[in-house]
Design a protein around this ligand. Structure first.
Ligand code: FAD
Ligand code: NAP
Length: 455
């Protein structure tokens, strides 16, 4: 038994606990710092960390079959698309089942993680303590820092109604929408859920968007759509044609609902999933509109020149990827873009790793578990990265393919197809295991710091 590097995990949301579980099982000395008093991050409604974007009515839109961890299935009583309270309870039970709750330091926020010149990290928490670690695992989530429209829409400063971002929406204030005229901006999943919810209380709900989306249902043929697995061994264009044809048959053209015709083919945007939005449009309770143009004191004018009275505007315009504890000169994600090797490894900094910093078509959690196994293999000398030039070429081709496939938008900077990612990771881990064996299982991050040692 040789000493292993010490590790600091930032965050105990779904992805941080996946990392902590593997580090715990593999015998690493590590600390996991969590700002909140509990695990689960996003899935803890009204989380005292102030970072959760969950609203009271939130259900997952990736099916439980996609989301549950292979070694800890969700309870059999759970429905296909559980409520956020069930998801939060599931993550809580996961930590107890694998027995690593005492490895998490709650109510402790990392305020700074500074890289030492010789490698390794000095991690400072809000209590003021600074500790040294050999490696850093970043799992602080990327759906908590609201992205407001930039630049702001002209006139928004004189708008007399309420303006809020979906991050602030909780569904707890029954007066917010009741008998009001509500404008919801965006065509992502927050916009769908919030527009539907508004449509049951508001005088009228307008769904404004700068581009259309292919709205897809949760269920087809009586099964969750995302469980109709199509093998990643089938070339993507063929898979896309089959899926697009199936949806065209089941849902039809978006223009038939009065929604804008998407300016991109099916599969070129992060999926917008809703069983209810099209129905509420069909019932006349949601009126589609183009993008906002100008706000006046009482109205919203849209890009086509039409104007409506408005009491509330909800900006469902997505989130920024930020790491407030890191020096932005060292690591940051301008326009939400942080290039990484296979969404885990920094190409130049060998002792920092990212878990869950991706947007899968499919759920995040099983991929976070896979990434965590991979990182631990690497830290234990059982997986070696390819040479730098190979890594750069791999990243360049992966990014080129992603940017070619997806609509140019800050929401499409880290898209992965779930099954393809799993397959590619398995293959890469096998290749890297052979490289590691050839290198004599050398530890890529030298163990120097004791955990808990004051820096
Ligand atoms: C409304 C909504 C619905 C979603 N629905 C789905 C879905 O159906 N399926 C799906 O797969 N994904 C969904 N997602 C994506 C979601 O991001 C993931 O499900 C998952 O929550 C990501 O987990 P995470 O651990 O990366 O981040 P988070 O859940 O954000 O957890 C991050 C944790 O890190 C902690 N933290 C952050 N900074 C610090 C710090 N400096 N120091 C200490 N602790 C820190 C936070 O307190 C938090 O507990 C949804 C996202 C949103 C916003
Ligand atoms: N029920 C659920 O499980 C659920 C619910 C909500 C959210 N989520 C998840 O949470 C994540 C975030 O979703 P989200 O919907 O909040 O954000 P998102 O997916 O990033 O969507 C943002 C939307 O706002 C638009 N937009 C951004 N900036 C704009 C601007 N300046 N002017 C006009 N439109 C603008 C985008 O348009 P462009 O496409 O043109 O950029 C897009 O339609 C996703 O992973 C989503 O799946 C899940």
């Amino acid at each position: 038994m040789r000493p292993l590097p010490t590790v600091c995990v930032i965050g105990a949301g779904a992805c941080g606990i996946a990392a902590a579980k593997v580090l715990h099982e593999r015998g690493f000395a590590f600390d996991c710092f969590e700002a909140s008093d509990r695990v689960g991050g996003t899935w803890v409604f009204d989380n005292r960390n102030g970072m959760s974007s969950a609203y009271r009515s939130l259900h997952i839109n990736t099916s439980r079959a996609r989301m549950e961890l292979a070694d800890f299935p969700m309870p059999a009583t759970y429905p296909d698309f559980p409520h956020h309270t069930q998801i939060a309870a599931y993550f809580d039970a996961y930590v107890d089942h694998f027995g690593f709750r005492d490895r998490i330091t709650f109510e402790t926020k990392v305020t700074r993680a500074e890289r030492r010149a010789e490698g390794g990290w000095e991690v400072t928490t809000d209590g003021g303590a600074t500790r040294a670690y050999d490696a850093l695992v970043v799992a602080n989530g990327h759906h908590w820092d609201p992205r407001w429209p930039e630049p702001a829409f002209p006139g928004c400063e004189r708008f007399g109604g309420r303006q809020l971002h979906s991050h602030q929406y909780t569904g707890d204030d029954p007066a917010l929408f009741r008998d009001r005229s509500v404008v919801v901006l965006g065509m992502g999943n927050s916009a769908m859920d919030i527009a539907v919810e508004a449509s049951f209380a508001a005088r009228q709900t307008y769904l404004a968007a700068r581009r259309g989306a292919h709205v897809i249902p949760k269920y087809v043929f009586g099964r969750p759509l995302d469980t109709l697995g199509v093998s990643p061994r089938i070339p993507y264009p063929m898979r896309r044609r089959v899926q697009a044809r199936m949806l065209r048959l089941m849902v039809g053209d978006m223009e038939r609902y009065g929604l804008p015709r998407p300016d991109h083919p099916f599969g070129a945007a992060h999926p917008t999933i809703s069983d209810d939005a099209l129905s509420r449009i069909a019932h006349g309770r949601i009126t589609p509109k183009p993008n906002l143009a100008v706000l006046t004191e009482r109205t919203v004018r849209f890009a086509d020149g039409t104007e409506v009275e408005a009491d509330v505007v909800v900006y469902c315009t997505g989130y920024k990827v930020t790491f407030p504890f890191l020096d932005p000169e060292l690591i940051s994600a301008p326009r939400n873009d942080l290039p990484l090797f296979r969404r885990v490894f920094h190409p130049r900094i060998g002792d920092v790793f990212f878990v869950g910093l991706l947007q899968p078509l499919g759920a995040v959690m099983p991929l976070a578990a896979l990434q965590s196994e991979w990182i631990c293999d690497h830290l234990a000398g059982r997986y070696a990265l390819p040479p730098a030039a190979e890594m750069q070429a791999d990243m360049a081709s992966e990014r080129a393919a992603m940017f070619a496939r997806y609509v140019a938008s800050e929401r499409h900077t880290m898209q992965v197809d779930f099954d393809d990612y799993v397959l590619a990771t398995r293959r890469e881990r096998r290749r890297g295991a052979r490289r590691a064996a050839r290198a004599g299982h050398r530890l890529p991050v030298p163990p120097r710091a004791r955990t808990g040692a004051v820096a």
